[in-house]
Design a protein around this ligand. Sequence first.
Ligand code: CA
Length: 240
Amino acid sequence: MELEAAARSDGGRVRTRNEDAYLLRPEKRLFAVADGMGGHQAGHLASRLAVDTLDAEVETRHADVRSLADRLVLAARAANRVILERANAERGTEGMGTTLTALALAADRAAIAHIGDSRAYRLRNGTLAQLTHDHTWVQGQVAAGRLSPDDVRGHPYANVLSRVLGMEDIEDADRLLIDVIPGDVFLLCSDGLTTMLEDDVIADILASDVPVAERASALIDAANARGGVDNITAVVVRIA
Ligand code: CA
């Protein structure tokens, strides 16, 4: 399987710091986005610790997709421990946390693990599918039938996460196994992208016939043009 991958991250037009981080390791077919939170530099530290731990813990060679999924989930568990230990040891980092959405590609399948509200999408034949479910309070209300999906966008509690790395006794990351065919385009992104852009805008940009680095840049530019109220990160992977 050949692939083309690129990432872009931008602070946006409002925030003074960029607390997002990404992992771009095409040689390992391993990719991730993390969106950190916490005061001072702590959010940046948490997201960096998450992607670095993922990179260090996940060996992808000779792994089938099921063991890849297991390794991603175990790496998320390890990242949670690393973040908690650091938060306990270092003044000013108490309570820091981060999302983590990770993608590992095997021969003709992909494994995804995720915690929080950074998302994974797949564009296939022009159709965009959101692969992950946000771990937010409002999504929990939708699942319970107390809110309709239309109520979520712009909801005052839309950003309240129900699961995030950096918590004691956290549930494991969700895992997904999906098939992969040539032409598929994967997007991993932070909520600074998805709160600014509707799915049809994201689909149009991902489907454009330019190098993936330009598609990632176009996503960032579009989110900034809509206001750029949060940090924006996009990892784009095209299967050749
Ligand atoms: Ca964010």
